[in-house]
Structures are given as structure tokens and as C-alpha cells.
Design a protein around this ligand. Structure first.
Ligand SMILES: [Zn+2]
Ligand SMILES: [Zn+2]
Length: 359
């Protein structure tokens, strides 16, 4: 039998040691104090009835930890902290990178990438990948030469021909980075989306939608059976760069920042977890999206992840290490990362969404 109060105190201790924000620590200390006054029976009854949060000092997160603890499981929040505690993060990031078998978000010169598909594929082979999902943009992103339905059909034929010529043990997966439109629908026909191996859905326009509207929009997208991965979910742009990256990027504009869009991340990540969708950890230096705070929230929600490069050129396929470094800081482990799976398992997972299963 676990002691839920001891678990809350342990979490507070680990947060303090990691020098996390005081308000986060206080949430656990206050909950431990509030619940410490109850008898075991009162605690169990309240947890069963879902009334723990009626007590002053007990919030939804701490109540969930208590419920997990009473059920005999290590609270997810605690597990995340223990996963990063004392770990050599460089080693952990390298281990996660080594566990990745492919990349689920890349662009070619069919949309706004700089290189032909075959060059991207050969670079992926050299990096040791088993697969590369080609996810060029969708029609309405005209600035990025989004593919019309007709061009995407041609691309599918082209990829089939390339795959026939590529080395055994490697394949290009078909895909798209489909725009999540203002009403939450996806910017490509259902018939074509159904044919693709991997569908990444991203918001590129109307990033300043108000919170309620953006939340509805994203919930509509992640609950759509045709979406597999939620791409760069906040749309933010940052000016800081990881070590070794100095340039402003290849996107034809100078380094500029953009705040994250506003949405109810807890609700969106809960929907991702429920429907078996992956939250992308976008490795691009100018994106670093989602921010670490949100990656932690997604870990706590029980989400899967995809550590993607969003590469627009072959050399950028090596940027996964940036995403891995951020992921391990937040307690993401390889077992929760869909592109650490072999291609067959990845494809089972995406096929499960189309047939209405969580996968
Ligand atoms: Zn994008
Ligand atoms: Zn992209």
C-alpha cells in the first residue's frame, strides 16, 4: 500500500531540488498538509467520490497523484521527476536519439523544402534511419507551395517508384503536414488523407485566435481520426539557438520571435492521450516547440510523442538531437516516442486511428 501523502512530499522535495517555480512546489506541500489531517478512510472515500479538490489546497493535479497512489501505482508526476533525477542528461539525450528509428515530419522541394525527395531519403539512410515520413504542406499554405490534391497524388506515385529503388530496410513513408484550418478541419480531402501513412496536423494561420476558439480548433483536429501527430502545437518562434547553431535559418527570413498561441493545453493533451495521438516535439532551433512546461504537461497527461526535425534540407535531419535534449529534460522516455518504433508498429498505430481505435 502506497502512502499518498509521502508521494506528495517526495514530489515537492524533487521539485525544490530541481529549483522549479515556488508555486509548483507549494501546490504539493499545501495538498500534503491538507490531506495529512484526514483519516485513511476519509481520504479513500473522498478519492473514490472525486471530492478531494473540494478541500482547500488540493487541486486537480495533486488529487490525481493521490488517486494514482491509492490505486497502488507510482504517480505519473513522481515517475517523471524520478526519470530525470540525477540522470546525466547528455547521456540520456544521446540514448533517446539512438533509440529513434525514423523521422515523421520532413519537407522536400515539392513544397518549401530545398531538396528533392531522393536526397532527403539518402541523408536519412546515412543517419541510420529505417524510415522517413515525407510531409509536405497542404493546399492552402500557398506561401509554402502546399500540394494540391493532384500534386499529392503525383507525389505518391513518385514515392512508390523511389521506394522500389531504395536500399532494403529503408522506406519513405507517405505523409502530409496538413493545415489545421480555423474551424479545426484538415486541409486535404478525406480520401487522400486516408491513403497516407502518416498525417501531421499543424496550425499555421490565425495563430492569434482567442483561447476558447483555438482550443476548440485543436480539439477538433486531434479527435479527427485522420490526424496522427499534432505538429509544433504553439506555433512559437524563439531567437535563442542550441549550441552549434548560429544561422537565422533557411526559411528566407531573419530570426524573429513569435509568442506561443493560447489554448487550453491540459484539454488538448488529454484529448491526445485519449485518442492515442502523438504530440510532436519539434526540433527546429527557431521553434523548440512545445516549450518545456507544455512537454511536462503532456507527459503528465500520458501522451505519446514524436521527436521530429521538420527538416527542410538534408543536413537538418540531424537536428533530432535538439528535440531529444528537450524531451529528456521533461521526462520523456523512448517507450512513449512513436518514432522509436519500427515502421510496422508505427503504421499499425496510424491505421488504428483511421479505423477509430486509439492505437
Ligand atoms: Zn509547420
Ligand atoms: Zn513542417
Amino acid at each position: 500500500m502506497r502512502d499518498p501523502i509521502a508521494d506528495l512530499r517526495r514530489i515537492a522535495f524533487l521539485l525544490e531540488r530541481a529549483n522549479e517555480a515556488t508555486y509548483r512546489v507549494r501546490a504539493f506541500r499545501s495538498a500534503a498538509a491538507a490531506l495529512g489531517g484526514l483519516t485513511d478512510e476519509e481520504l479513500t472515500d473522498r478519492a473514490t467520490a472525486g471530492t478531494l479538490t473540494e478541500l482547500a489546497g488540493v487541486g486537480a493535479v495533486t488529487a490525481r497523484c493521490v488517486a494514482e497512489s491509492l490505486a497502488g501505482a507510482e504517480p505519473v508526476y513522481l515517475r517523471r521527476l524520478l526519470a530525470t533525477e540525477g540522470a546525466d542528461l547528455d547521456d540520456a539525450a544521446a540514448a533517446l536519439r539512438a533509440a529513434l528509428r525514423g523521422d515523421c515530419h520532413t519537407h522536400s522541394d515539392w513544397s518549401d523544402g530545398g531538396s528533392p525527395i531522393e536526397e532527403m531519403a539518402l541523408a536519412a539512410v546515412e543517419l541510420g534511419h529505417e524510415y522517413l515520413a515525407l510531409t509536405d504542406h497542404s493546399p492552402r499554405l500557398t506561401v509554402a507551395r502546399g500540394l494540391t490534391a493532384a500534386r499529392l497524388r503525383r507525389q505518391l506515385d513518385h514515392v512508390a517508384a523511389l521506394n522500389a529503388a531504395l536500399p532494403e530496410g529503408f522506406r519513405i513513408l507517405t505523409g502530409i503536414e496538413v493545415d489545421i484550418l480555423p474551424d479545426g478541419s484538415l486541409d486535404q480531402s478525406d480520401e487522400l488523407l486516408d491513403r497516407l501513412d502518416v498525417v501531421v496536423g499543424s496550425v499555421h494561420a490565425n495563430l492569434r485566435d482567442d483561447r476558447a476558439r483555438m482550443t476548440r480548433r485543436m480539439l477538433a483536429a486531434v479527435t479527427n481520426p485522420r490526424l496522427d501527430i499534432l505538429g509544433h502545437c504553439t506555433g512559437r518562434m524563439v531567437t535563442s539557438r542550441p549550441p552549434g547553431v548560429t544561422g537565422p535559418g533557411d526559411r528566407g527570413h531573419r530570426a524573429r520571435s513569435r509568442p506561443p498561441s493560447d489554448f487550453d493545453a491540459q484539454a488538448v493533451f488529454a484529448a491526445c492521450a485519449q485518442h492515442g495521438k502523438a504530440v510532436e516535439i519539434n526540433s527546429r532551433p527557431e521553434r523548440q516547440d512545445p516549450p518545456k512546461r507544455l512537454i511536462r504537461l503532456a507527459v503528465e497527461a500520458g501522451c505519446r510523442f514524436a521527436v521530429n526535425t521538420d527538416a527542410h534540407a538534408p543536413g537538418q535531419l540531424d537536428w533530432q538531437r535538439f528535440g531529444c535534449a528537450r524531451a529528456v529534460l521533461c521526462g520523456v522516455t523512448a517507450q512513449h516516442v512513436v518514432n522509436a518504433w519500427p515502421a510496422a508498429r508505427l503504421l499499425d498505430w496510424t491505421a488504428a486511428h483511421r479505423s477509430g481505435r486509439a492505437g
